[in-house]
Design a protein around this ligand. Sequence first.
Ligand SMILES: Cc1cc2nc3c(=O)[nH]c(=O)nc-3n(C[C@H](O)[C@H](O)[C@H](O)COP(=O)(O)OP(=O)(O)OC[C@H]3O[C@@H](n4cnc5c(N)ncnc54)[C@H](O)[C@@H]3O)c2cc1C
Length: 494
Amino acid sequence: MAEPELVDVVVVGLGVGGEEVAGRLAEAGLSVVGVERDLVGGECPYWGCIPSKMMIRAANALAEARRVDGLAGSAQVRADWAPVAKRIREEATDTWNDRAAVDRFTGKGGRFLRGSGRLDGPGRVRVGDQVFQARHGIVLGTGTRPSIAPIDGLADTPYWTNHQAIEVAELPASLLVLGGGAIGVELAQVFARFGVRVTVLEASGRILALEEPESSEVAAAALRADGVQIATEVKAERIDHDGDTFTVHAGDRSFSADQLLVVTGRRAHLDELGLDTVGIDAGQRYLPVDDRMHVTDGIWAVGDVTGEGAFTHIAMYQASIVVADVLDRVRRAQAGPDASGTASVVGGAMGAASAVGGSMGAAGPSGAAGTVPRADYRALPRVTFTDPEVGAVGLTERQARERGINVQVGFTELSSSTRGWIHKSEPGGFIKVIADADQGVLIGATSVGPAGGEVLSALVVAVHAAVPVSQLRHMIYAYPTFHRAIQSALDDLG
Ligand SMILES: Cc1cc2nc3c(=O)[nH]c(=O)nc-3n(C[C@H](O)[C@H](O)[C@H](O)COP(=O)(O)OP(=O)(O)OC[C@H]3O[C@@H](n4cnc5c(N)ncnc54)[C@H](O)[C@@H]3O)c2cc1C
């Protein structure tokens, strides 16, 4: 068996979270091995956020052009997928090639290994025949993969996940989207705007089921206006593919189309990580972490694999905490009795440890022990980039009531604001604010509208900083902006 090679840190999985951690620790002077089995950067740049938002940008341009009629004359629009596919291939993904990302990491001093990493006992990671002993720690940023329900017949069909949907060069004439969550509805609207006959099949009673019911209603109306059929309470039981057509059977209903996109959630694959070799249960849905991303002593997790929210901004937020915490550990190791053995490495890390601490504000002037920031998800923002956008932060009304909070709700339709009325967009939008009446602060809010995700930022600040509602009411909101509707929603709190 190969002798383990001693390094400072091993990062397994270089998606958004892992790449950030590995790069910053390498820049700090640590010897970092970054292990990635697919593409450095992970899901977001190649099959997620970035290419899907490029598609949305293009689809929204079509929708805007179609609004010229009645507002500014008349316009004829001919949709063409070719420039969208080209832009994704050439500008976003380099034809699904990560050489630039690998160079970026190695340019920071990191050592890159293509392969699958797994734990191999305390402090050790195995990649093929190579074994590394991590002096300071191991970071797991292994993300999630599509969660494919074991529906009868599905596995034998050439169905799409988000990968094929993002890589598509020629659109099918018709598409079934199994799953009405954020990814499903975003892609459904895009493809419909490019002329695909789209049907969304959702198992629960409404699309965007995790958001406010009002959000689901507006999103459903918007999708229907684009020609999307929405079928709810569809519990798919069997799926057939006859070579040309997919058919989804659910009770006495069935739905057919040329292609099937399965977006029914995502899950971590913990069973592949060798967790049993360090005494961690691999049967969990996610890797539970504390507020500094510790899985256990010397092992951190970052990003989707933690189950704290499958968003790039969560992965980046957690990555900052991991970096500060690892560097804090290095600093403390240097101060300890066995520091001499690691002097050169730790010496290199120290300057950057200060820089990280300094740049993080809450981490204090030098990342000193006890000042590493703790994760706080109270003001977690999320945006579904449909048109109109559905932005939300913190708790929904239902979540707040389930927690026994003394809830106050304020609501206003965007169309009743001057900007909403001028904009004349159907099916409109709204602002909904959820207050803790006892504390006098907002604990959640939803902003749906043409710029719902941007308007959200003010509400995120309000929830994050627990700004008293009385102060929010006496701010000055620029006229006539979409965000000015926040004031009307606050007035509606009573
Ligand atoms: C269609 C779509 C649209 C999205 N849009 C948005 C959006 O608009 N905004 C947003 O915030 N988020 C969005 N997301 C979510 C976002 O992509 C994820 O939250 C983000 O990629 C999570 O980063 P991560 O580092 O945790 O994991 P990932 O990006 O999944 O990266 C994990 C990496 O680990 C690698 N890996 C796994 N196991 C091993 C192993 N054993 N050894 C070596 N490598 C391994 C994988 O190959 C992968 O590259 C979207 C996702 C999808 C699918």
